[in-house]
Design a protein. Sequence first.
Length: 302
Amino acid sequence: MDRYVVAGIDASPESRAAAHWAAREALRRGMRLRLLHAWQLHPRPAANVPMDMTERGWARQMLKEASDSVRAAHPGLEVVEQQVQASPAAALLEAGERAELLVLGSRGLSGVAGFLLGSVSARVVARSPRPVVLVRAGESVTDEHFPVPGGVSPDEIPEIPYRDVVLGLDTSQPCDELIEFAFETARRCCAALRVIHTFTVPPGYATADRVAPPPGPELLAEHEHAVVATLRPWCEKFPEVAVTKTVVEGRAATELTRAASGSALVVVGRRIRDSRLGPRTGPVTHAVLHHAGCPVAVVPHV
């Protein structure tokens, strides 16, 4: 079976960063990398198309430049170029049905940490049958590793430790696909896995003046026990992965966004279910996608 990672390519610096992130991930997985650019013929060429080029020629040049850049940085990687005349979202979703992973670029929020989801990335994240990773412009191999003195690149010293992989865990509805993705990613990178579980204080804990006291030790212990029980079989399956568990009362999106700072990747889930408004990412995943300061993997699950 042909196994590969797909990266969506356009003229943006975000997609260039996504292509290089996807290249590193393809090498870690021992797979090929497919660079996909989809374009549509318009009555008038887009403003970014040079005057002396057709849209097809501009698309071909854009894809070649991205491919050349990836090949130069990762000479041992097999890279396949694919150019299609179709809607970008539709082309990516079709490619995602056969890929192991989709990687897309996404704009940062006004120069601060986080993402700004365009129509293409939002549609792909909400509908993709495979995991999707969003990468911001400027993301590089250096951001995946802990800093070293002297500005030495991780490419020069491969044993530089990889930053933590962060997993958001809901013990009330644990998902095997989501947990396995996080453990597998941490194992491939020789990274630690940091598991975040949040809970809210039941209404019965509120006092007469509507001020809720800190959760009692019994409530905290109950959630900690649930986290340990949920992760036990996975820790046994992946004994090489160092796991730390954070159980705290609060909002999941807030805690995951905070944990994303200084991490290599945040892993969140998306339930495969349609509403009257169409496929949705869910409020926690939506918030993390917009505010996380590192790449975010969205794993679909039932």
